[in-house]
Design a protein around this ligand. Structure first.
Ligand code: F3S
Length: 482
């Protein structure tokens, strides 16, 4: 039986892994099961951790019989490693032969298969890998079993490999209220990856923690927000790589050359004309979210912005990759490749005004009363954001429990500098290694969470099942600090 999906699917939170039924909000095939069917898929959106969904579907007996992709999509091709047949419609099926010693045969065959499906031009070495899918809350038992299996087969990563956030602060998980049974599994995941050669940076901003690709360098990154940042802001080259494919690339040291690695696929396909002033991560996150929702696989060329801060570029990257599959955007006058397209024409145009931004903000919020947690740092706070927030709350006191997430590197430096004490005095807890979306928040008793991140707002609802309020940083100090 054949099922044709009319819109891209978010594998991480768009399919019920125990039943195979599509649950993605507003998806035309919502309520229909993919189990046992040949599913025609126009690509995926959202998190790269979705690649682990295939292992869960197979384990639960709810996997599709076969997936037919209508365009190359690394996250979905990852289903091959879970044993699901995948083909790309229209592919000429050119055969490739790759010889790499000392890695599992199925990893090498996987890369050959991916190259065959995507009609890759060649295999290229990658400068670094960034792995998503580190939290036990997202990969579950099926993911842990896969990691145990590849670890016991002697896999060793040859390439610089950093890791996304885990499901808890590795040092202070008890303070967060993480259950011991969860912590045990989480610690095992981190040690399996570390023993295979990964550097446990445990942050979604690897470019701020030692994994900084230069302009034009080819990398293989998961974590959709970091992918968009690497391509757009740094000018590096990566596809939105599924979490499992990352491990294959880390072990083999190379990937097939296709997608955003090729200049011709980096040209704009959509003009976004901004007709209002935006400021702050929430508003830029909403702009990205709006673009991704309307044009999920576009390469937007955005005009109407004079300059942007690092926090706003991070938020724009995260927004477009959460609602859609935006791997690359150009902002005139801001991002490095935009100047190549000064007079470039596209067939589609998306005008965006304040009204669209405000109405999306309302759509993403589900309550307007007092939250039981204020959670910031999606993507992880930079040094600049930590300092700015510290200045905003200095001398004040949090009225609700307030958590900030950042990298271990920055947390350590801020602790050493004494800055952390100011935040602590204001009642702010700063955690590293994890975030509000990938820690088991619902098991810690939180029900209503305020955040300034549209990406977090989406996933807090769909994955953690909590109510969400979207607030800007400016509003936060007025509303939640005295
Ligand atoms: Fe990072 Fe977690 Fe957001 S991994 S981008 S803080 S959902």
């Amino acid at each position: 039986m054949m099922l044709k999906l009319e819109k891209p699917i978010s594998w991480l939170d768009g399919v019920d892994t125990s039943t195979g039924v599509i649950k993605q909000k507003n998806h035309p095939q919502k309520g229909i099961s993919i189990t046992g069917k040949t599913v025609v898929v126009p690509g995926s959106i959202g998190s790269t951790v979705g690649a682990y969904t295939f292992f869960k579907l197979v384990k639960n007996g709810s996997a599709p019989r076969k997936i037919v992709l209508t365009g190359p999509d690394s996250v979905t091709i990852g289903a091959v490693l879970a044993g699901i047949e995948v083909e790309l419609s229209g592919s000429r099926g050119t055969k490739y032969k790759l010889r790499i010693k000392g890695v599992p045969e199925r990893f090498v065959r996987y890369l050959e298969k991916e190259a065959e499906m995507t009609e890759a031009e060649e295999f290229i070495p990658v400068r670094s890998v960034h792995l998503s899918g580190i939290s036990y809350a997202t990969i579950g038992k099926a993911g842990l079993e896969f990691l145990r299996e590849i670890h016991s087969s002697g896999v060793h990563f040859q390439t610089l490999t950093t890791t996304n956030p885990a499901g808890m602060d590795l040092e202070r998980w008890r303070d967060m209220g993480v259950p011991g049974s969860f912590a045990e599994k989480q610690l095992e995941i981190v040690s399996l990856l570390t023993e295979m050669g990964a550097i446990p940076t445990l942050t979604c901003t690897p470019y701020l923690s030692g994994n900084l690709p230069l302009f034009g360098e080819h990398v293989c990154w998961g974590e959709s927000s970091a992918v968009a940042f690497a391509n757009s802001v740094l000018g590096a080259r990566t596809n939105r790589e599924g979490s499992v494919k990352g491990m294959v690339a880390a072990a083999c040291g190379c990937i097939p050359l296709y997608g955003k690695h090729l200049e011709r696929n980096r040209q704009p396909t959509l003009k976004v004309v901004l007709k209002c002033n935006l400021s702050g991560p929430m508003e830029f996150g909403l702009l990205g979210f709006l673009i991704g929702r309307e044009f999920p696989d576009a390469v937007p060329l955005i005009s109407g912005i004079n300059k942007m801060k690092l926090s706003e570029l991070k938020a724009l990257s995260a927004g477009g990759a959460a609602s859609g599959g935006i791997e690359l955007f150009h902002v005139k006058g801001v991002t490095p490749e935009a100047q190549l397209y000064e007079r470039y024409d596209t067939t589609s145009t998306l005008p965006v005004g304040k009204r669209e931004i405000l109405s999306l903000r309302e759509d993403l919020s589900t309550f307007n009363s007092s939250p039981d947690l204020l959670a910031l740092g999606c993507p992880h706070f930079s040094a600049e954001e930590l300092l700015e927030f510290m200045k905003m709350v200095q001398g004040k006191r949090a009225l609700v429990r307030t958590w900030i997430f950042t990298s271990r590197t920055l947390l350590t430096a801020f602790r050493r500098s004494g800055h952390l004490r100011i935040l602590k005095t204001a009642g702010v807890e700063v955690y590293a290694d994890t975030c509000m979306v990938v820690c088991p928040l619902e098991r810690m008793g939180f029900r209503k969470v305020a955040t300034n991140s549209p990406k977090a707002a989406k996933y807090l609802r769909s994955m953690r099942g909590v109510d969400v309020m979207l607030v800007s940083l400016r509003e936060i100090t007025n509303k939640f600090f005295s």
